[in-house]
Design a protein around this ligand. Structure first.
Ligand SMILES: *[C@@H]1O[C@H](CO)[C@@H](O)[C@H](O)[C@H]1NC(C)=O
Ligand SMILES: *[C@@H]1O[C@H](CO)[C@@H](O)[C@H](O)[C@H]1NC(C)=O
Length: 415
């Protein structure tokens, strides 16, 4: 029967995921990777990469109210920016299992971090808790304290996004920021607006790229299955002490980095895998980007956060984590998890979304837009094959999405 087959598959997945995460950390040394012919860019971090392409950048450390230590990068000046930077500063925030480096993997002609910096914006690129740049805490040890991994987008939106906004304002002396968020990077901004009165107004505007709030209509069967499985086995993983998912240096990530760089055939297979997870858009992600990006992806998150996505695809609203009636009552004072208050998203919102997005469906974006009180523009990307991951990895960002981003950043900036 189908359910029995699924059951077997689940057990198989439990065993492989557990062994991947629990036992097998397999970081390969950088020297070894160089000798194996890994592309150089896949081995560099944010500052090294930007410097290599002639962009001046800085590293900043931020501590959240609940003790997580986050890394933010700032591109001080775009290589092709003539004249002074515009104000206010811009915050750029990545999606699930990504890091700041995801904005660089497509190279200086397509990576959005380069394009925004080249247009003379003071660009700050964030990293949320749990990825390889933000895997630190003032008192918890991510390797031994499972408590470190008890977070999902609920906490990222409540603590990380406000901490980054405050830090950028303090550091630059600006009065507000312009915020560009992709997928989870936009969803967590809505959470901040709902839960932290006064914070939404610290942004002039939000540019939401394929924003992940409700995920009722996600089309990707593979993504649904993977996230649903993590949701189903979260309790089991927790008992065995597994709180972290797909960190850099794990067997899963190292395998992808190795396999995808090997040759053009394996590269195409990786591209195919990515399309199965999201949707097909032939030729959009270049071979070179595919060889590079798995050096920075997956960047790690918590099991709990992945489970959160598994859960949200089964719901029809955008709410906090559902722990079941009893625990909800204790935690929230109600049997149902509270819905996020999207009416509190007071900032002007611009949304760009792809018709062919397999992870954040157009129907859910439309649902979200109807809930937001201050939508300035919602625009479907002209290319009908535009997918979710195209936002960070397509070679066509400069024509497909950047002009709109640029237009709105410019009209919300001085000089
Ligand atoms: C990036 O690499 C440089 C040079 O190796 C190093 O000094 C820096 O600490 C690294 N930054 C991070 C955040 O890992
Ligand atoms: C949601 O936010 C709006 C705007 O801030 C506010 O007027 C309203 O009372 C909030 N609703 C709830 C249920 O908190």
């Amino acid at each position: 029967m189908a359910s029995k087959g699924l059951h077997t598959l689940n057990i198989f997945l439990i065993i492989s995921i557990a062994s991947i995460l629990y036992g097998v950390q397999l970081p390969i040394r950088t020297e070894t990777k160089k000798s194996l012919g890994y592309p150089k860019d896949s081995l560099l971090n944010f500052t090294e990469l930007t410097n290599e392409y002639g962009y001046d950048s800085q590293e900043h450390t931020i501590v959240t109210e609940d003790g997580y230590i986050l890394t933010m990068f700032r591109i001080v000046k775009g290589k092709n920016c003539i004249g002074r930077n515009r104000e206010p500063p811009v915050i750029l925030m990545h999606g699930l299992l990504q890091s700041s480096d995801s904005w660089l993997d497509a190279g200086p002609n397509a990576g959005l971090a380069y394009l925004i910096a080249d247009a003379c914006f003071d660009l700050w690129v964030g990293n949320c808790r749990g990825n390889y740049y933000s895997r630190r805490h003032v008192s918890l040890n991510p390797d031994t304290d499972n408590q470190f991994w008890q977070f999902s987008v609920d906490e990222i939106g409540y603590y990380d996004i406000p901490a980054m906004v405050d830090y950028v304002l303090d550091n630059t002396g600006a009065e507000n920021v312009n915020y560009v968020g992709f997928s989870q990077g936009a969803g967590t901004f809505f959470i901040m607006c709902s839960e932290r009165p006064g914070y939404c107004e610290k942004a002039n505007m939000l540019i939401a790229l394929a924003p992940a709030a409700r995920q009722t209509n996600t089309r990707s069967v593979l993504y649904r299955f993977l996230m649903g499985t993590v949701y189903n086995i979260e309790g089991f993983l927790k008992k065995t002490g597994v709180g972290e998912m797909l960190p850099k240096g794990s067997f899963g990530q190292e395998f992808l980095a190795f396999f995808c760089h090997l040759n053009s055939l394996t590269g195409r297979m990786c591209n195919m895998g990515q399309s199965l997870l999201d949707a097909f858009h032939p030729g959009s992600v270049s071979g070179e980007t595919t060889r590079v990006l798995y050096g920075h992806f997956p960047a790690g998150t918590s099991v709990h956060n992945m489970a959160r996505y598994g859960q949200s695809m089964k719901r029809r609203d955008f709410a906090k984590f559902d722990y079941g009636k009893d625990h909800n009552l204790k935690l929230y004072g109600s049997e149902e998890p509270p819905k996020y208050n999207l009416s509190a998203v007071s900032v002007p919102v611009v949304t760009l979304y792809g018709r062919n997005d397999g992870l954040v469906d157009v129907k859910d974006v439309k649902w979200l837009m109807r809930k937001l009180p201050n939508v300035v523009e919602e625009l479907e990307v002209e290319d009908h094959l535009w997918t979710h991951l195209d936002v960070t990895y397509s070679q066509f960002t400069s024509t497909m999405i950047f002009p709109k981003i640029h237009e709105h950043l410019q009209s919300n900036s001085n000089n």
